[in-house]
Write a new protein. Structure first.
Length: 68
């Protein structure tokens, strides 16, 4: 559920505050840009597995452990 909350928050920020979202992703100006990019990159790997788990109703092991 946390992943969906994070993605929802990111999407609301990108939609309703695009200038702040762009500034947050600017690596040269934002201290949080690297963390945001990492979170979005991990999301591309995790969400498909979560969707598959929801459809199959069976746990799916990730191909490699997530490193934070």
């Amino acid at each position: 559920m946390s992943w969906w909350l994070i993605l929802y928050t990111f999407s609301m920020l990108a939609r309703y505050q695009p200038r702040k979202w762009s500034e947050a992703l600017d690596v040269d100006k934002s201290a949080n840009a690297a963390a945001l990019e990492y979170a979005l990159e991990i999301t591309l790997e995790v969400i498909p597995h979560l969707v598959l788990e929801g459809l199959d109703q069976e746990p799916v092991l990730l191909a490699r452990p997530m490193a934070f």
